[in-house]
Design a binder for this molecule. Sequence first.
Ligand SMILES: Nc1ncnc2c1ncn2[C@@H]1O[C@H](COP(=O)(O)OP(=O)(O)OP(=O)(O)O)[C@@H](O)[C@H]1O
Ligand SMILES: [Mg+2]
Length: 251
Amino acid sequence: MVDVSPGRLTPGPVSSGAASPRQVDAATTPLAEARGVGRTFTVGGQEVTALRETTLQVRPGDRIALLGPSGSGKSTLLHLLGGLDTPTTGTVSWPALGEANTLRPGKVAFVFQAQSLMPPLTALENVALPLLLTGATPKAATGEARRALDTLELLPLAEQLPEELSGGQAQRVAVARALVTRPRLILADEPTGQLDSVTAGHLMDVLLSALEPSSALVMATHDEAVARRLDTLWRMEGGGLLSRATKEGPS
Ligand SMILES: Nc1ncnc2c1ncn2[C@@H]1O[C@H](COP(=O)(O)OP(=O)(O)OP(=O)(O)O)[C@@H](O)[C@H]1O
Ligand SMILES: [Mg+2]
C-alpha cells in the first residue's frame, strides 16, 4: 500500500497559537481522502487492475500534478477522487465537503480528458450551465459565464457550438466551465493535452491565478513542463502511486 500524505502546501498541525479550532479545521480538513482505494475492471473475463491500494489526502491549497505513462491509472484516480466512480476496495470521502451526492455541481469540478461539452449548447451556455444548476438566475449565470470565458480569452467564441471549436478551444471552454462555480476541488485530466506549449502555459497561468487559495487542484498530465508549474508531483506507474515530491525535493 502506498501511503501518500499531503504535500508541502498543506498547513501542518497547529499545536498552539491564535487560530481558533474552527479556523484550524477549515485550513486542514481534507477536501478528499482515499483510504486503501483500489479499482479493478473485468474485461472479457480477465481482471485489469487500474489502481492498486492507495491512501492519500488532498487538502486545501494543494496544487498536485499526477504524472505517469498512458494506462498508469491517472484518470481512474481522478474519477474516484471526484466521486464519479466507486472503488473496488477501500473508501473515498470528502471530509470538508460532505457526501458524494452533494459534490456537484459547485464543490468539485472536472475537466475531462475527452471532449465533454454539451453538443447542442453554445460555449457560453455550456459555461453557464453549472451556475444554473446551482440556482443562479439566467442573467447572473450568463454574466459570470461571460467573465469566465473572457479570462480565458474565449469571449469571441461565446456563441459557437462545440463542433465549431478546435479541440484546444473546446478544452479551454471546459476549463472555464470548471472554474465558473469557484469549486473547492478541481480535478483536471490532461487539460493541456491538445494545446501548443505557449497556449498550455497561458492556460496554466489563468488556471493557477483563478484558483481560490484554499481550493485544491489535482491535474493529470504527460507534460513535465506543465507538471513543474504545480507544487507537488505524484508519479504513477502500473496503477500504483510510486512517489511524491515537492519543489524542494522528495518527501
Ligand atoms: N472502464 C474501464 N474498463 C476496463 N478497463 C479500464 C477502464 N478504465 C480504465 N481501464 C484500464 O485501467 C488502466 C488505467 O487506465 P486510466 O484511464 O486510469 O489510465 P491513464 O493513466 O489515465 O492513461 P492515459 O494517460 O492514456 O489517459 C488501463 O489499463 C485501462 O485500460
Ligand atoms: Mg487518462
